[in-house]
Design a protein around this ligand. Structure first.
Ligand code: HEM
Length: 215
């Protein structure tokens, strides 16, 4: 039953993660991607990448607070979709926008700090995606966990990338950055311990409430 439940959850994640891409393709075919479609693709794929990265980071606290083991099983899938959207974002920049003109890309990278930060984030996501298999986990042993802690750095750098590329309204970038910082704070061992105790209390309360409801 549990397997059935988690595989349904996985199917749900596949569908939810593919919606932004389907929507993007639909809008592209309908000519709905503003007057500057390349920029619109860049912005939408960037937002999807960061959203998925945040969801990947949220799995552990969701497990800690609500005891939902299935959340942990979704991390790899969400992480791979994060990398998928990051690759589209990167390819749109390098291939579509700059037509693989590396001299021009180099000039842009040197001038725009947000591009450098985005590039470093992309490299981290690439390393995490390549080593996400069970075989790499066995091969790297303890270093696998150390390497995969780089997701915290990736999240912070992605938030910085978002803030630095923003020209006017900073509300959304600050909301994303706030969520990233909160999710990282929840991983500090002492805070995680308090949260875990709170989560257990919540579960007990819910259990008690359930009994009251049954009566
Ligand atoms: C080589 C890597 C990357 C490059 C070259 C790059 C480049 C860009 C560019 C050119 C923009 C649009 C700026 C504008 O037109 O105003 C942008 C926006 C954005 N990027 Fe990246 N980026 C990279 C990696 C990433 C990664 C890894 C993430 C997330 C994890 C990310 C998230 C975003 C977000 C959230 C936006 C803004 C979206 C919005 O304003 O709606 N980028 N990026």
């Amino acid at each position: 039953m549990r397997i059935l439940k988690s595989s349904w959850l996985q199917i749900l994640v596949h569908i939810a993660a593919l919606v932004p891409l389907a929507w993007l393709v639909w809008d592209f075919t309908q000519g709905h991607l503003t007057a500057n479609p390349i920029r619109e693709i860049q912005l939408r794929t960037g937002k999807s990448t960061l959203t998925l990265l945040v969801l990947t980071l949220a799995c552990r606290p969701i497990y800690t607070i609500f005891g939902l083991k299935q959340a942990l099983q979704l991390r790899r899938l969400l992480g791979l979709y994060t990398f998928g959207y990051a690759s589209l974002h990167f390819l749109n920049f390098v291939g579509v926008d700059y037509e693989f003109n590396f001299a021009l890309i180099w000039a842009d990278i040197a001038n725009k700090r947000f591009v450098i930060v985005g590039f470093i984030t992309f490299l981290i996501l690439l390393a995490l995606a390549v080593t996400s298999t069970g075989e790499w986990e066995r091969r790297l042993g303890k270093n696998w966990t150390r390497l995969h802690r780089l997701i915290y750095a990736a999240a912070l750098l992605a938030a910085l990338h978002f803030i630095w590329q923003t020209k006017a309204d900073f509300r959304v970038p600050f909301i994303y950055s706030g969520v990233v910082v909160l999710l990282l704070i929840l991983r500090i061992p002492r805070i995680a311990k308090v949260v875990r105790i709170g989560g257990k209390w919540l579960k007990r309360e819910q259990g008690g409430q359930g009994m009251v409801d049954e009566i």
